[in-house]
Write a protein that binds this ligand. Structure first.
Ligand SMILES: *Cc1c(COP(=O)(O)O)cnc(C)c1O
Length: 364
């Protein structure tokens, strides 16, 4: 059996350190906004090269808190990708704003900057590019559009911890960056967790207040806030794993590059432009014979998955609002994409077995 991800091997590699960190956090009994949360925020900000970082309860909350802190709400429009996990659009909707979906680049599966300006209206307040599967979006072009139209740039970095463009990490490019520590993400904790990177101390301060019931001083509440804090136990685990993130990224890229070598003649393999560091949260190929390939992998006890089978503008929840909208690239990619197992510790032999099975299905 070759799984999509193998969290157990990584835990066993780090068990001594993680178990000690968790037991220390429990012994301290500072479970909420304790010392590990503060230390992790500083360590994550330093790693990412971001001026400030604020931890919260999930990646979805990170997006929601960022959008609220940006002052976006009812009547506003936010441009984002239709080819992402639903949370990107959910967070926009929580505030009463409307997601406006713009089609993607077929090579990167990320927002196509050439199509963004046609979607800007007087109501547009922000653009949220998603660095899907760990591939950075075209941030130079998107940032230029934001500057030209005075729009806020909020990055969805849930799948891109450690990815970079021209030496700058995702999350340190826009005004706000939103990360998820869901267990299977590139940097994952052992439950839910999230983080917002902020370009200014004002935004960081605002988000610190929002995540803790709108309170700066205990039992004094200045705004309606939320209960969205990262647990100290999770922060303790993340501090251990953050020291290894470089190795994790190297491992994922080793697996991806071996796959691409083996599969480039039989399927469309992931694109790398040489300017960005793709961190391969997923290794996703395009093939017009997806069902055939997935069936063959299944017979050989090899996992595979479709991220994502239905673009957001075609989801029931948005179908009425998006009636008549056609985003042909997102629709075509959703119809032919499939993701193969990838995790930092995946042995080369397993990568070869998976690639062999894919080739058998496609060339016989
Ligand atoms: C995982 C994910 C989220 C949400 O993160 P959670 O921690 O699961 O709430 C948001 N956007 C994208 C692109 C994701 O992959």
């Amino acid at each position: 059996m070759i799984p999509m991800v193998d969290l157990k091997t990584q835990y066993h590699d780090l068990k001594t350190e993680i178990d000690a960190a968790v037991l220390n956090a429990i012994e301290s009994t500072q479970f909420i906004l304790g010392p590990n949360v503060q230390a992790f925020e500083q360590e994550a900000a330093a790693y990412l090269g971001a001026p400030h970082a604020v931890a919260c309860a999930s990646g979805t909350d990170a997006l929601h808190l960022a959008i609220v802190a940006a002052g976006i709400g009812a009547g506003d429009e936010v441009i984002t990708s239709p080819f992402t996990f639903i949370a990107t659009a959910e967070a926009i909707c929580y505030t009463g704003a409307t997601p406006v979906f713009v089609d993607i680049d077929p090579r990167t599966f990320n927002l196509d900057p050439a199509l963004i300006e046609a979607a800007i209206t007087p109501h547009t307040k922000a653009i949220i590019p998603v660095h899907l599967f760990g591939q950075p979006a075209d941030m130079a072009a998107i940032k230029a559009i934001c500057e030209r139209h005075n729009l806020l740039l909020i990055e969805d970095c849930a799948q891109s911890f450690g990815a970079a463009v021209n030496g700058v990490m995702t999350g340190a490019i826009g005004k706000l960056g939103c990360f998820s520590f869901f267990p299977s993400k590139n940097l994952g904790c052992y439950g839910d967790g999230g983080l917002i990177t902020c370009a200014t101390s004002e935004l960081a301060d605002e988000i610190r207040v929002l995540r803790n019931h709108g309170s700066r001083v205990r039992y004094h509440h200045s705004v309606i806030g939320f209960n969205s804090r990262l647990d100290d136990i999770q922060a303790a685990i993340l501090r251990v794993k953050l020291t290894r993130i470089g190795e994790f990224t190297t491992g994922r890229r080793r697996v991806a590059h071996l796959y691409s070598d083996l599969l480039k003649d039989v399927a469309t393999v992931p694109f790398e432009d040489g300017k960005g560091v793709h961190v391969y949260h997923q290794y996703t190929i395009l093939t017009d014979r997806r069902e055939q390939v997935m069936a063959r992998l299944g017979e050989k006890q090899i996992a595979s998955a479709v991220y994502y089978p239905i673009p957001l503008h075609k989801q029931d929840v948005f179908a009425a609002a998006c009636a008549g909208i056609s985003l042909p690239v997102a629709e075509a990619v959703a119809g032919s994409c499939m993701s193969l197992p990838v995790y930092p510790e995946m042995p080369d032999e397993s990568v070869r077995l998976v690639a062999e099975a894919v080739k058998e299905a496609l060339v016989g």
